[in-house]
Design a protein around this ligand. Structure first.
Ligand code: NAP
Length: 297
């Protein structure tokens, strides 16, 4: 542990879009002394070494030995197995954190594998793109974005570890907030998970319309469809895991969404102009809130 509480040796499990963006931001700001990557994909390790993204990269978790911070940057469904595979490398006093898009299931899956004396600080950077893999990452990904931390414990060790993790995210340009894992999963259900599900559905419905219509769907997509295609191009494994691991919150929101959709369907069928106009006036104001929160780009 450095005197100022910063981490010396950052270890990463999984080096895709998020992991490689962290490495680039850390390298740019010279935020730690050493970085190591464990990824099960040998091609990813070769890329990391060729690009000089980390000091060491290997398909063996032993490469993480001596790390005082290990960030789990694998899909949510792989967090438990990833934690199990690195448990032996964790020294007392080390901190483990993650970047998973769901928090309650990750806490449940990871915690049992961590040895005593190791603090776990679950976190989620609300930043990303529809691309995946290490070549898609960039140093500025977290600039101006929020990172939500959900520390499950409240001991002095947990508090000190959470403060150190927050300091690292701040140094990468992010702002931090803390909340319970259940609250995180509910909020992200509406801001991220449901919108992705709707996008996957709209794009799926459109592409099932038939080959003869496809060329026209692409050509005239600027009418709105193209904005959904960006979300629906997101990584299939990552999103499969998000829906399987935030099942209850997503199903609850989907129920409410279906009821609202049915109400609009009824208004259209009955020609209720006022109902439609009032609804769209109300939703229009939401855009202003997003712009005011500086999260529109
Ligand atoms: P990604 O680009 O798909 O990269 C994940 C990497 O982890 C891949 O190289 C993968 O190898 C490797 N991996 C998978 N299981 C492993 C294991 N058990 N041990 C070692 N390596 C393993 O993923 P990403 O987009 O960076 O997402 C990573 C995490 O960040 C996810 O939990 C996601 O929910 C979260 N997140 C993503 C975004 C976003 O917009 N993408 C935003 C915020 C948070 P294989 O290719 O062999 O599977």
């Amino acid at each position: 542990l450095a005197a100022d509480g910063t981490f010396k040796h950052l270890g990463l499990v999984g080096c895709g879009l998020i992991g490689s963006s962290i490495l680039r931001a850390v390298r740019e700001g010279a935020l730690v002394e050493r970085t190591s990557v464990f990824d099960r994909d040998g091609n990813v390790c070769a890329y990391v070494q060729a690009e000089g993204l980390a000091d060491a990269a290997a398909t063996d978790p032993g490469v993480l030995a001596g790390a005082d911070l290990v960030l789990l940057c694998v899909p949510v469904g792989a967090m438990g197995p990833a934690a199990a595979s690195i448990a032996e490398e964790l020294q007392p006093g080390a901190v483990v954190s993650d970047v998973g898009s769901v928090k309650a299931s990750v806490i449940e899956d990871v915690s049992p594998h961590l040895p005593g004396g190791v603090a776990f600080i679950p976190a989620h950077p609300i930043a990303g793109t529809e691309h995946s893999g290490p070549a898609a990452g960039f140093a500025g990904l977290f600039q101006g974005r929020w990172v939500i931390l959900c520390p499950p414990g409240a001991t002095a060790m947990d508090e000190a570890a959470a403060a150190r993790v927050e300091a690292l995210w701040h140094a990468m340009g992010a702002q931090c907030a803390r909340m319970s894992a259940a609250h995180h999963d509910q909020i992200l259900g509406i801001t991220s998970h449901l919108p992705h599900l709707i996008a996957y559905t709209i794009v799926g419905t459109a592409t099932d319309l038939g080959d003869d219509l496809k060329a026209e769907i692409f050509r005239y997509s600027a009418g709105g469809f193209r904005d959904f295609t960006r979300l629906a191009a997101s990584d299939p494994i990552m999103w499969r895991d998000v829906f399987l691991n935030n099942r209850e919150a997503v199903l609850e929101l989907l129920q409410r969404f279906s009821e609202d959709l049915s109400a609009l369907q009824k208004a259209i069928r009955r020609g209720e102009a006022d109902t439609l106009e009032r609804y769209f006036e109300k939703t229009r104001t939401v855009r202003r809130g997003v712009i005011d929160a500086q999260q529109e780009r």
